[in-house]
Ligand binder design. Structure first.
Ligand code: SF4
Length: 340
């Protein structure tokens, strides 16, 4: 792994005042300069990404997006979940930078480096404001990824978007077991709650599926557990289920392996072996996963993606530093600093 990026003085200068502190999470203003960020990587081909927050209080152990705080010079991986930056003014800025031609040029992925419906959204409503802007247009291709039941607050708005554009919603769920979910996604809703969220969105006629990514070797990859996840997803009316393996990049590797050493030390040698060559898991393990998943698809009839188009861009699909510009913000009224 390379060294984390050097803190950017320009980016650090973008941080505004503290807004609130709740439940051990500090919310801090970060004024947005761009809302639409273009991403084009092997894992996530040409699309717009929109992330109204930076950081995420759900604090998933495997979250790749911790690198976004490193760009702010914050090397403590826990800062990602304890200090959430709120990109105030994002809906207004999107309204000013969006045109139908621009928005239609490529798919739009909402929530690729943060959960757009994490607890901050209940207070700041930036995701809702952004979706209100997107609802003005027709013919867009929009994907949303979340673990949060808060998305059901916006069902009527999502229905309006669905009627005019292609909208795919992925509810992120990697295990049907509450105890394991509590260990892996400590701040996120229980699996039952997430499945009820799938059911509510499906009942509203929305295109919703389960995003079972990342699958972690020897932790949530047992065939019987995957089969239960498939069957529960189907029982709760998921239209599709998308499965992807863990990858470990940048700060996420240090954080995840340190957590693993503490929480499941006997698995550490296996991970060192399977991830010996870098970010991606050993391809033989991945091929084995894909074979087992293919069998489960045949058994349950759940396809890989939406019948209306591609499944939403996954949180596990963007390679840090290889396309997405995390520096999408600048102080209001100041000239933009150099983009990375
Ligand atoms: S994986 Fe998603 S929900 Fe979990 S901490 Fe990262 S951004 Fe938040």
């Amino acid at each position: 792994m390379g060294a984390p990026p050097a803190p950017s003085v320009g980016i650090q200068a973008l941080i505004g005042s503290d807004l609130a502190e709740r439940g051990g999470v500090q919310y801090t203003e970060l004024a947005a300069r761009h809302v639409l960020n273009r991403c084009n990587t092997d894992r996530m081909p040409d699309c717009w990404t929109i992330n109204p927050y930076r950081g995420c209080s759900f604090g998933c152990r495997y979250c790749y997006a911790r690198y976004t705080h490193e760009y702010l010079g914050q090397r403590d991986p826990l800062a990602f979940e304890r200090q959430v930056f709120v990109k105030v003014g994002s809906p207004e800025l999107l309204a000013s930078e969006a045109t139908e031609r621009r928005l239609r040029a490529r798919p739009i992925a909402v929530g690729t480096a943060t959960d757009p419906y994490q607890p901050a959204e209940a207070r700041y409503e930036l995701t809702r404001g952004i979706l209100e802007v997107l609802a003005r247009y027709r013919g867009l291709d929009i994907g949303i990824v979340t673990k949060s039941a808060l998305i059901t607050r916006d069902i009527e708005l999502l229905g309006r978007i669905h009627a005019r554009s292609r909208l795919h919603i992925g509810i992120s769920l990697i295990t049907p077991y509450r105890t394991l979910a509590r260990r892996l996604d400590p701040g996120a809703p229980t699996p039952e709650r997430r499945l009820r969220t799938v059911q509510s969105l499906a009942a509203a006629g929305l295109d919703v599926g389960v995003l079972a990514s990342p699958i972690l070797p020897s932790i949530n990859d047992a065939t019987r557990d995957l089969e239960l996840l498939f069957r529960r997803s189907k029982a709760y009316e998921a239209r599709w289920i998308s499965v992807g393996p863990l990858f470990l990049a940048s700060g996420s590797r240090r954080h995840f392996l340190a957590w693993l050493a503490d929480a499941m030390p006997r698995k550490l040698p296996l991970y060192r072996h399977l991830f010996a060559s870098g970010i991606d898991v050993d391809p033989r393990w991945e091929r084995g996963l894909r074979r087992r998943v293919a069998v489960l698809r045949r058994r349950t009839g759940l396809p890989e993606g939406s019948a209306r188009g591609r499944e939403p861009a996954s949180l596990q699909l963007v390679l840090p530093g290889s396309g997405e510009r995390p520096e999408s913000s600048s102080p209001r009224g100041k000239a933009p600093s150099a983009r990375r």
